[in-house]
Design a protein around this ligand. Sequence first.
Ligand SMILES: Cc1cc2nc3c(=O)[nH]c(=O)nc-3n(C[C@H](O)[C@H](O)[C@H](O)COP(=O)(O)OP(=O)(O)OC[C@H]3O[C@@H](n4cnc5c(N)ncnc54)[C@H](O)[C@@H]3O)c2cc1C
Length: 297
Amino acid sequence: MARALLDLGAKENVPLSELVSFRVGGPAAFTLQPKDEWVLCRALNLCRDEHIPVILLGNGTNVLPSDEGFSGLILQMSGDDAAPVFEGTKVTAGAGCSLTALAKESIQRGLMGLERLCGIPGTLGGAVAMNAGAYGGEIKSVLSRVRCYRDGTFVWEDARLDDMGYRKSPYAWPKTVVTAVELELSPDDGTAAATMADCMKKRREKQPLSLPSAGSTFKRPEGHFAGALIEGCGLKGYSIGGAQVSELHAGFLVNRGGATAGDVEALMRYVQDVVYAETGVHLEPEVKRLEELLCIF
Ligand SMILES: Cc1cc2nc3c(=O)[nH]c(=O)nc-3n(C[C@H](O)[C@H](O)[C@H](O)COP(=O)(O)OP(=O)(O)OC[C@H]3O[C@@H](n4cnc5c(N)ncnc54)[C@H](O)[C@@H]3O)c2cc1C
């Protein structure tokens, strides 16, 4: 089994802390960045036949692993698997394409639609799986078709926009593997570059970008902002071990150095408990725990 995975290009014993933006987590037994759909299909078939647990990630910017690590295969749909192809206002790109790089290139090519999403550090596939959004924009609004691997076949399908909502889509692993995406952008009306610069400036000013994190740790509760609730409870700067409620933006839990995944878990629970006790609002994690993504075929 190990030989077959290594023959496909898998690596052994890779620290999860190298794969996720929180920079925490124990070792993964195997990781593989499938270089094409054939390799992806072979790897998934192997996991099914050998009952190997498998988890699929993009750039790991919205996940929290455990300190124990993971005994199966991590598939990483990130990297330059398919450079974007522009045809008029349409752009098609592999799931592993960087969302920020794609946003910048589309603006250079006179197109708009991704300018508000620039700065989200994930992949295009991860953005579709999460329906990523920022500053009033979301990927759903430019999504036209999705290439998915389901039940043993690859298909292009029209985007199921009605099933997409706030950080929710029908395209997230383990239901689906997104391998490529088609977006329908618009001709730039002359504002895209300025909007992108403004959004990036806000990120630099308001987000703790110099410390490892997974972005906003909690979803926005109906009628509230998670960061404001956490700050209102006096938790800005509160820390457990190396995990800290950011001093800059209380909606971000950060690794201020040497955090374990357990520290982050404990801090998440503590913040949820305090906010619930003081405000009655339940904070639902936006960050996905790696165990939630575990699939055994
Ligand atoms: C500093 C910082 C700022 C951030 N700002 C924002 C923001 O403004 N808005 C926002 O929405 N998010 C933000 N995020 C969170 C994160 O970047 C997004 O959720 C992003 O879309 C996740 O993409 P990823 O490739 O890293 O996916 P991962 O974190 O690797 O995975 C996330 C989920 O998507 C699934 N997935 C990934 N790729 C695929 C695929 N090809 N097919 C099927 N399922 C897949 C995974 O299984 C997992 O369930 C931020 C994170 C950081 C660290």
